[in-house]
Design a protein around this ligand. Structure first.
Ligand code: NDP
Ligand code: 8X3
Length: 252
């Protein structure tokens, strides 16, 4: 029987790359996101390649919409073997005492509460089956705060703590839990962070070869493919010329 992976934020970047990687790796995929047109385009592409694809359009911040979407999944799409909690974002790099309270709420509601909502909806069935894998997309931003990172870094620190907490709570079950912590990955992330300023976003990757979504998807797939007795708790992935959140050796 084919395995099934559910990926949040599958409409761009790391989530989209995970959709392609897991499809190529033989999984059927449940793709979730806010943009129905993008989900449909990816569904068409992957279906043409022989993958079964279910799309669910909802915002992970909307608890009720998330619950309805998960409730709508028919038995044909169960069990869900892998949950990839990827949907997330940063907005702004303002100082903590100058930031926008509403933008903070969007980050907290998406990166922390959205991840928790999906975990709460999907994991009980994994526990009942004593099988499954939760892959949370954290960040090196969760290891240490950097200038202007304040709230975003705090959300990714929360992802680390929640991933560790879930692993502890699941220790008696065979469900595995992993925190993937990338550094610089060139996706739409910086365009969103800089509120659509493409020039500022491009500058983030200037003079260095960043990671791309496929690099992270490869690691997610590897982690999910490890033998059942192997639980890869955490993976830090950096571009070769990034040593830490604070040091990128750029050739400008
Ligand atoms: P992208 O902006 O390319 O993709 C983010 C995805 O998350 C999009 O599909 C977006 O959908 C979705 N999303 C955002 N908010 C919501 C929401 N409320 N409900 C549902 N979906 C939502 O960025 P990345 O691929 O880089 O980001 C993916 C994850 O990786 C994030 O959690 C990010 O924090 C993390 N990360 C990124 C790094 C990087 O350098 N790029 C490094 C470390 C971690 P939509 O298109 O509708 O906005
Ligand atoms: C996103 C990457 O550079 O903000 O998590 O740490 S970075």
């Amino acid at each position: 029987m084919k395995k099934i992976a559910l990926i949040t934020g599958a409409t761009s970047g790391i989530g989209e790359a995970c959709a392609r990687k897991f499809a190529q790796g033989g999984y059927d995929v449940i793709l979730t996101g806010r943009n129905a047109t993008k989900l449909q385009a990816l569904q068409t592409e992957l279906t043409q390649q022989g993958t079964k694809v279910l799309t669910l359009t909802f915002d992970v911040r909307d608890k009720e919409a998330a619950r309805q979407a998960v409730d709508s999944i028919s038995d044909e799409w169960k069990p869900i073997d892998v949950l990839i909690n990827n949907a997330g974002l940063a907005i702004g790099m303002d100082k903590e005492y100058e930031g926008d309270v509403d933008e903070w709420a969007v980050m907290i509601d998406t990166n922390i509460k959205g991840l928790l909502t999906m975990t709460r909806l999907i994991v009980p069935d994994m526990v009942a089956r004593n099988d499954g894998h939760v892959i949370n997309i954290g960040s090196i931003a969760g290891d240490a705060a950097y200038a202007g990172g304040n709230v975003y870094c705090a959300t990714k620190a929360a992802v680390k703590t929640l991933t560790d907490g879930l692993r502890i709570d699941l220790a008696e079950s065979a469900v595995r839990v992993t925190n993937i912590k990338p550094g610089l990955v060139e996706t739409n992330f910086s365009v969103v962070r800089f509120r659509g300023d493409q020039q500022r976003a491009d500058n983030v990757y200037k003079g260095v070869k960043p990671l791309i979504g496929d690099d992270i998807a490869d690691v997610c797939f590897y982690v999910a493919s490890a033998p059942k007795h192997v639980q890869i708790a955490e993976v830090t992935i950096l571009a070769t010329h990034q040593a830490s959140p604070f040091l990128i050796a750029r050739k400008l």
